[in-house]
Design a protein around this ligand. Structure first.
Ligand code: SF4
Length: 345
């Protein structure tokens, strides 16, 4: 079965009727359809690029409590913004949010796709989402949910970006741009899910090629994944879980955050050698290994072996710093060690 252009109005109508009935009451959907609060939509779209909606809601509320307005975000020191972003990953996005908030306060809230696109860190997807959801502009969004729903509807195993955008544009409802985009996002997130689509509850089932095939989850074909690079590093915990020596990370790997001092184990080098280099740099001595923690990013898997030590630079209060999840795990090793010492006492 192939979806014909003549079917598009009926498909569009079924999707929007379903959304009117079953759309999710998410905390960033404040304001009327197509006229949502642009600040909340923008922050949510940046947050949800790397986070599941359930967890994203918790982070979103935390961020909004800290910075309820774009003015509050622009006025805040970057340290406070990174602290509120803790756990959300990709800290460059938090820095861009902060920079863009400064632009908005000076120049006003954008009201068009082009205006949003000109802000630091705002790509085509986010600009289309905010322009349609908050400004009522006729822009069809193109993200993973949209790609999956449209690939299944049309039975396309290898959808390209251009193909998805063309299919989204032809199904799009310019009379209800915000609702249409929210509807596809919701259908992809709640019903046409990646592994086990709930076709029995889907408003598009009557036209869906993937459903008719009997193997809806086989569409689209899985993307080939780039190889994950293993990185080994050693860290020194000088102090304890409340007060410790912290350093600002440089480079793309957790760059900009504070964390335990560490050294990457170089090619052909032993972890002991990297540890000796780290201890010498800090003027510290190593007392023993606390354990290893791991963290997986898109193309990298980081193994961090944490050691306790003495001496070194002055300690800082851990609760004041924006730390990566990896560093929280590393500090958890120290707490577990204390618990086991007390249990054995
Ligand atoms: S019928 Fe199934 S595969 Fe097709 S769009 Fe709906 S949920 Fe997705």
């Amino acid at each position: 079965m192939t979806l014909s252009p003549a079917d598009l109005p009926a498909v569009r109508g079924a999707l929007l009727a379903w959304f009117d009935r079953a759309g999710r009451p998410l905390p960033w959907r404040v304001g009327p359809e197509g006229g949502r609060d642009p600040y909340r939509v923008w922050v949510s779209e940046v947050l949800l690029q790397q986070t599941q909606v359930a967890r994203g809601q918790v982070y979103f509320e935390r961020f909004m409590t800290a910075f309820p307005t774009v003015q509050a975000l622009a006025d805040a020191p970057i340290e406070a913004v990174l602290k509120a972003w803790e756990g959300c990953g990709y800290y460059a996005r938090a820095r861009n949010l902060h920079r863009a908030a400064g632009v908005i306060v000076r120049e006003g809230m954008p009201t068009t796709y082009e205006g949003w696109r000109a802000l630091p860190g705002v790509g085509p997807y986010t600009a289309a989402a905010v322009a349609s959801l908050a400004c009522g502009e006729a822009r069809a969004v193109n993200d993973g949910n949209v790609r999956r729903v449209l690939a299944r509807l049309h039975g396309e195993r290898q959808p390209t970006q251009t193909w998805v955008q063309a299919r989204a544009d032809e199904l799009f409802d310019p009379a209800r741009p915000g609702a249409f985009n929210e509807a596809v996002m919701d259908l992809g997130a709640t019903t046409c899910t990646p592994k086990t689509p709930k076709c029995g509850e889907c408003p598009l089932q009557a036209w869906c090629t993937a459903f008719a095939s009997g193997y809806p989850a086989a569409f689209p074909a899985p993307k080939e994944r780039a190889a994950v690079r293993e990185i080994h590093a050693v860290a020194l915990l000088l102090g304890d879980a409340r007060e410790a020596v912290l350093e600002r990370r440089e480079g793309s790997l957790l760059g900009g955050l504070m964390g335990l001092p560490n050294e990457v184990v170089r090619e052909g080098e032993t972890p002991e050698k990297a540890l000796a280099r780290l201890a010498e740099r800090l003027g510290a001595s190593v007392t023993g290994e606390l354990g290893t923690v791991t963290h997986t990013m898109t193309h990298r898997h980081l193994n961090l072996t944490v050691y306790g030590g003495l001496g070194g630079p002055p300690r800082s209060r851990v609760s004041d710093a924006a730390l990566s999840r990896l560093d929280h795990k590393a500090l958890g090793l120290w707490e577990r060690r204390q618990d086991s010492l007390f249990a054995g006492a």
